[in-house]
Design a protein around this ligand. Structure first.
Ligand SMILES: CC(C)(COP(=O)(O)OP(=O)(O)OC[C@H]1O[C@@H](n2cnc3c(N)ncnc32)[C@H](O)[C@@H]1OP(=O)(O)O)[C@@H](O)C(=O)NCCC(=O)NCCS
Length: 188
């Protein structure tokens, strides 16, 4: 899956050390799971589980220009009964924050979820103080779906957690449908 700035690519064994470094960096994890301390061994086990999981689709986010892996993005707890999944993203390389990479990666995986996996709804949870994430999610197409009040404790305070979601009919495909259109154009 390729956009203008990023490519969503399969995660590789070589990415594991990078991911482990990011998820132990409190500057990054204050937005995700700050309480979790992850050893290289447990991250390797996560990798083994995730590459064979039918309930998750996880991609590395690769900067098109440099070819560097800058983060990862997932659809988790994929339910074929309800047609839904939970979205998660982490750009671990802080130099890439606020430059449109997260919005584009989110749009690409939503496209994959709706137009390849045939999902109906994709939802997420985001801490209210993570304003950059909320803005990126709105730009990708997510809408407010509720508030879990004082759901998260961090830095001596309880914080609200927002629920956001997007339905298949609300999402405009930019990458997947274009593949079909361009192959039809070539065949004409
Ligand atoms: C959240 C994350 C995926 C967003 O990706 P990103 O590439 O940094 O975000 P984008 O540049 O695509 O969009 C961010 C938007 O928020 C805006 N923004 C940044 N800081 C802001 C703030 N404090 N208040 C309001 N808006 C803010 C930016 O200006 C930008 O909007 P614009 O394009 O209209 O100017 C990324 O920052 C990240 O992974 N952060 C660390 C981990 C994390 O938070 N994961 C998500 C957990 S739910």
């Amino acid at each position: 899956m390729a956009g203008e700035k990023v490519v969503l690519s399969p995660i590789e064994k070589e990415d594991v050390r990078l991911f482990q470094r990011w998820i132990n960096d409190l500057v990054v994890t204050r937005y995700t799971r700050p309480h979790q301390i992850t050893t290289l061994e447990s991250e390797k086990q996560w990798f083994k589980r995730i590459i064979s999981s039918k309930d998750d689709a996880t991609f590395a986010i690769v900067d098109k220009k440099s070819g560097r892996t800058i983060g990862n993005v997932s659809l988790m707890k994929i339910s074929n009964v309800d047609g839904n999944a939970e979205f998660g993203i982490m750009i671990g390389d802080k130099n890439y924050w606020g430059k449109g990479y997260g919005t584009e990666a989110a749009k690409l995986i939503l496209d994959f979820g709706f137009n390849v996996l045939r999902l109906h709804e994709i939802y997420l949870r985001v801490k209210a103080f993570n304003k950059r994430a909320v803005k990126a999610y709105e730009k990708a197409g997510f809408k407010p779906a509720g508030v879990l009040r004082q759901n998260h404790f961090f830095a001596g305070k309880y914080h609200d957690v927002y629920l956001m979601d997007v339905l298949d009919k609300e999402f405009k495909s930019s990458a997947v449908k274009e593949l079909l259109d361009s192959s039809a154009r070539r065949q004409r």
